[in-house]
Design a binder for this molecule. Sequence first.
Ligand SMILES: O=c1ccn([C@@H]2O[C@H](COP(=O)(O)O)[C@@H](O)[C@H]2O)c(=O)[nH]1
Length: 293
Amino acid sequence: MTATPGGGVTPFGARLAAAMDEHGPLCVGIDPHASLLHAWGLSDDVAGLREFSLRVVDALGGKVAAFKPQAAFFERHGSRGLGVLEEVIAAARATGSGGSGTLTIVDAKRGDIGSTMGAYAEAFLADGSPLAGDALTVSPYLGFGSLDPAVELATATGRGLFVLCLTSNKEGFEVQHAQTDGTSVAALMAAHAAVLNAGAEPMGSVGLVVGATIGDAVAATGTDLVAVNGPLLAPGVGAQGAGERELATTFGGARKNVLASSSRGVLAAGPDPEALVSAARAAAQEATKALRN
Ligand SMILES: O=c1ccn([C@@H]2O[C@H](COP(=O)(O)O)[C@@H](O)[C@H]2O)c(=O)[nH]1
C-alpha cells in the first residue's frame, strides 16, 4: 500500500486514477480457463495454473493499470490453487518501476450477511492477509448494508470495492432493473456508493461493476453514474463482444472513471510475452480513445 507523506495510506480511488493516467484505462483479467491452459501448451493442474498466471504478471506487470485475477479459476484447483492466487497477488505487487507494483482487483464477488461478510473482508481486505489485493468485487444482493464490514475495512486499509451494479451478462436485468417505488435496484446501489464517495478527490474508492455490454441500461434503469464519483469496472470488452464503440457510448459523463476490463481478449494472444504486451497495448489504446477523448 502506498503511504502518504502524513503517514496515512493513499486511498484506492486515488491510486487507481494515477495508474489509469499512466497506463491507460485497461485492466487485464487473469482468467486461467482450462481451454487457455491447453492453448498455451500447459496442463490443467496447479503447475499449469501457476505457470500461466505468473507469465501474465511477468509480461504485463508495470505496463497496465491493473490486473483482475478471477478467484473461481484458482479455487477450482483447491487449496493449492488458492496458494497460486496468493502468489499472483504478491507478484503483481512486486512489479513495476520503483516497486510501485501493479494494482490487483480480486474478482471473488463475495456477499453474505454482515457477520460473515466480516470474515470475507478479513480474508480479502486486511493488511497482512495473503489474499488481499488492492480491491475486491462484492455482491450487494443481500442488501447494500450487508457490505458494511467490507466498506469499513477497505476504508481503513486504503483498499477499494467494486459493487455489482449492472453486470455484463444478459441475465442480470431481472434483478438489476427491478423497481421498487419507481427506483431500480441498480440506481439504488449506485446511490449507496455515491454517499460513500461524496467529496472524494479525484474519486472515491467504492466503485461499481458496470458491464460494457449493457447497451442503454444506464438510462433505462435511471442509474446516475456521474454522482457515484467512483471507479467503474467495465468487463465485457473483447471476448464478450464490447469494444471501442460500446465503451464510448455506455457510460455518458462518467467515462473518465471507467476501467475497461478484458481477460480472454488479451490472454488469447499468449503465451508469447511480446504478443501479450501488443494485445494489452492495443486494448488500452482502444479504451483510451473511447474513454479519454
Ligand atoms: O458483470 C460482470 C462481472 C464480472 N465479470 C468477470 O470479468 C471477466 C470477463 O472475462 P472475459 O474473458 O473478458 O469475458 C470474468 O472473470 C468474469 O467473471 C464479467 O464478465 N461481467
